[in-house]
Ligand binder design. Structure first.
Ligand SMILES: [Zn+2]
Length: 113
């Protein structure tokens, strides 16, 4: 299925291809603060990003993962994963036509990695 996703102000929009099967919440130092449920996907699941110039990137530690958020509204949209360079996590709260509260998230235990 194709889904559109957006940050809060709408400057950043993503088009995704996903079955929304793998939904996780990670307990690492940044994810526990964002507290977002994430759909774990291969990188090419993002078909397109519009307003990409509105994204800022946050990196820390080993600087492998890239955490993207909107410069204007601050919403975390997606990130490139550290544990899988071809993998991304997408904030399911940004997906426009789903109720993210209906999705249960398993814990992704990255706290000690
Ligand atoms: Zn925004």
């Amino acid at each position: 299925m194709k889904y559109s996703a957006s940050c809060h102000c709408g400057n950043v929009k993503l088009l995704l291809e996903t079955d929304l099967k793998i939904v996780k919440q990670c307990n690492c130092s940044i994810c526990k603060r964002k507290n977002a449920k994430m759909n774990i996907l291969p990188k090419d699941a993002i078909i397109s990003i519009s307003g990409e110039e509105n994204l800022s990137t946050y990196q820390f530690g080993t600087n492998v993962a890239k955490h993207y958020f909107c410069k204007n509204c601050g919403i975390y949209t997606h990130h490139q994963r550290k544990s899988d360079p071809n993998g991304i996590g997408v904030n399911i709260g940004c997906i426009d036509d789903i109720d993210s509260f209906q999705y249960d998230a398993d814990v992704l235990d990255m706290k000690n990695k």
